[in-house]
Design a protein. Structure first.
Length: 66
């Protein structure tokens, strides 16, 4: 019960905000910069700092290098 009370909702972003994120990710890949991601897994946040190895625009996936 306590664990369920600690869960958070995934934020909802508009198209402009998503476009801004995509632009920042492409910039980080181009200049080999590390990115601090926040992932949402079953109501909890997980932080991940990594480099961008590749971006798949069709699948909307990012492959990272740790």
């Amino acid at each position: 019960m306590w664990l369920d009370s600690q869960k958070i909702k995934i934020p909802v972003w508009d198209e402009d905000r998503i476009s801004e994120f995509e632009q920042l990710i492409r910039y980080a890949k181009e200049y080999n910069l590390y990115v601090d991601f926040t992932l949402f897994d079953d109501g909890f946040e997980k932080k991940m700092l990594c480099g961008i190895k590749s971006i798949d625009q069709i699948k909307k996936e990012i492959k990272s290098s740790y």
